[in-house]
Design a protein around this ligand. Structure first.
Ligand code: ADP
Ligand code: MG
Ligand code: MG
Length: 211
């Protein structure tokens, strides 16, 4: 089992930045169907800046790394996703306090606090065709797995699958929040870009735990 310490979270950030780079064109394509064609570039700008800053000035605790990334995303990403992902990570970071290393259950609680923060800020519930449709089932699946005695690696693998399924499940949904909601019925039939990027971020977390 990997230790969830500052290095672990910095490795997650580096992997997240890499996967966002690889998938940026796809994320922007999804956003061109039901938004303004900038989700890939928004995510790329934010995660590149965060990865660069964490390399130059690495924070020393998992909570400080997460809160730091959150702050950078809020200041560097113009779109709706910047404040939302920024809030997710800042709240998660705050929930971890200043422990040097945290238990899987604490990570789960921190992610739950982060997702609650996103829901509060954006006002979206599950089924509204947003990042919440990937994030909420992922945190639930992680908790369910840990409650059954699963390892961190297995719990994060379950979270990743739930996020990917959650993102896929946004295709038939009618968007009720964000730019896609302006399209009304025409938002149906397209996968939500933010739910897709959320699945990528959770996939990166599962990968880092497994290495
Ligand atoms: P913008 O829409 O400002 O261009 P992005 O394209 O970067 O921002 O991000 C769009 C994504 O943000 C959407 O696909 C959706 O998942 C997410 N989103 C937008 N509004 C909300 C909201 N109110 N609550 C949760 N997520 C939202
Ligand atoms: Mg957009
Ligand atoms: Mg935009």
């Amino acid at each position: 089992e990997p230790a969830v310490d500052a290095l672990f979270v910095r490795r997650w950030l580096a992997e997240a930045a890499a996967v966002v780079d690889r998938e940026a064109v796809h994320l922007t394509e999804l956003d061109s169907a039901i938004g303004d064609a900038d989700h890939g570039s928004n995510m790329q700008r934010g995660f590149r800046a965060a990865a660069q800053e964490m390399e130059q000035d690495p924070a020393a605790t998992p909570g400080a790394v997460l809160a730091g990334i959150g702050r950078i995303l809020i200041s560097r990403v113009g779109g709706a996703s910047g404040p939302l992902y920024g809030t997710l990570l800042r709240k998660a970071g705050k929930a971890l306090g200043d422990s040097e290393e945290v238990a899987p259950e604490q990570l789960r609680e921190a992610l739950r606090a982060g997702v609650d923060g996103v829901a509060q800020l954006g006002g979206a519930a599950q089924g509204d065709k947003t990042m919440i449709d990937a994030l909420a089932p992922a945190v639930e699946a992680m908790g369910f797995a840990l409650d059954k005695g699963a390892s961190l690696v297995d719990a994060l693998a379950a979270a990743r699958i739930a996020a990917e399924e959650g993102a896929a499940a946004t295709v038939p949904m009618l968007a009720r929040k964000g730019r896609a909601s302006y399209l009304g019925e025409r938002s149906i039939g397209h996968q939500d870009p933010g739910a897709t990027s959320s699945a990528l971020l959770l996939g990166a977390l599962a990968d880092v735990a497994q290495d």
